[in-house]
Design a protein around this ligand. Structure first.
Ligand code: NAI
Length: 224
């Protein structure tokens, strides 16, 4: 497939296409037109066609796209045809919740190990994954061919841990710590801030209330 520079906006929409197409495939749908996909996904049909044209259009012929083919091709672009080995650093609430979520494995993201600096947690297990001490991190990452590290620790330790991971061959960091990581070129970082998403929701509530009067729902003002 031709590799050209694809905008972040298009890349940002691919996982959603992939999810919807996976559901359609599971429901036994074989073909779908951009118009039908547009109605299900609430995106315009022209947006869908433009997005897909970045990748050669995925051969829409006659009636619509072949769902299975489209799902596979978008999956390949997203690297979903490969297995990724992950470690979680920080076996607290968030780290454990992620380790407990089985669906990541269906997508090829396999949690291989968990690490924590708290001696009380070492040796415990989360869904069969043993929590290991930080001293074993480097060797584990190298020997188990770990490519993604999930950082679910407070920001205070995140920069140092990220450096250790990078020095030992990690290729990507899924960063939940509330700090910007300054990593060398070639190391991919995806920052996740759930609170940003909540703030967007708050903004939408505010905007709706400004446009429609403040009667819809009555969240009330926050008391200081
Ligand atoms: P938690 O306190 O339950 O777990 C944190 C774990 O990290 C603890 O087990 C602790 O021993 C370990 N830890 C701390 N420093 C470490 C280090 N340098 N090396 C190895 N292990 C270390 O906290 P929780 O609720 O799991 O949250 C973890 C972090 O994620 C917090 O700092 C929080 O701010 C952040 N967070 C981020 C979210 C986001 O959307 N980005 C959402 C929720 C939490």
């Amino acid at each position: 497939m031709e590799t050209k520079l694809i905008s972040q906006a298009v890349i940002g929409r691919l996982p959603r296409y992939f999810r919807y197409l996976g559901d359609l495939k599971d429901a036994g749908v074989e073909r779908i037109s951009s118009q039908e996909l547009s109605e299900i996904m609430k995106v315009t049909a022209s947006q869908i066609r433009q997005d897909f044209n970045n990748f050669g259009g995925f051969g829409q012929q006659g009636y619509g796209y072949n769902v299975e083919y489209l799902y596979k091709e978008i999956g390949k672009i997203l690297g979903m045809d490969q297995v990724h080995n992950l470690v979680i650093i920080g076996a607290g609430n968030l780290g454990s919740a992620l380790a407990n979520y089985m669906n990541f494995e269906r997508r090829g993201f396999i949690f291989r190990g968990m690490f924590d600096k708290n001696p009380d947690l070492i040796g415990k297990e989360v869904r069969g994954i043993r929590i290991l001490p930080m001293e074993e991190l480097e060797r584990f990452v190298r020997e188990k061919d770990i490519d993604i590290a999930v950082l679910t620790i407070p920001k205070a330790g995140a920069v140092e841990v990220a450096e250790r991971l990078v020095q030992n061959g990690i290729r990507a960091i899924w960063n939940f710590a509330h700090v910007d990581l300054n990593v060398p070129k070639g190391i991919q970082v995806e920052n996740v801030h759930l609170s940003d998403s909540l703030m967007k929701l708050s903004y939408k509530i505010n905007r709706y209330m400004q446009e429609n009067g403040s009667t819809a729902g009555s969240a009330g003002e926050r008391k200081a």
